[in-house]
Design a protein. Sequence first.
Length: 135
Amino acid sequence: VTLIDTRTGTTRALELPDPISIHGVWLNNAGRHRGERFIVITASTGVNNRGKVTWSAPTALFICPLEGGPAVQISPEGTSVMDWEIQRTTNKMVMTATKDTNRNGKLDNDDDIFVLLYDLESGAVKDIPLGAPPQ
């Protein structure tokens, strides 16, 4: 992925894993990742038996510095992120996700849905049980 500054014509490259199938890119995000502005990318990285990226692979969430450079996967491996939102006041990202909890080899309606809390400053990921009392 290449970012183009339309005012100056300069470009910056984002370094993503290969192979990858990008679902979305968000440039203007609230909060800061380790003090820097950042880009959020949702993508699939799983491959089939022919080595091709499949849409049925889990959707991973990546963060990349706005100035370019390597993307970092912030969602746990094997987890498929369904939705995410940044809470500007706490500088945390809330992710709704699922994974193959029934171990049938695919993501389906029988798998559990859970919430992850990602701290944009420290990089810590915390699993928040649904229905748990507030802490």
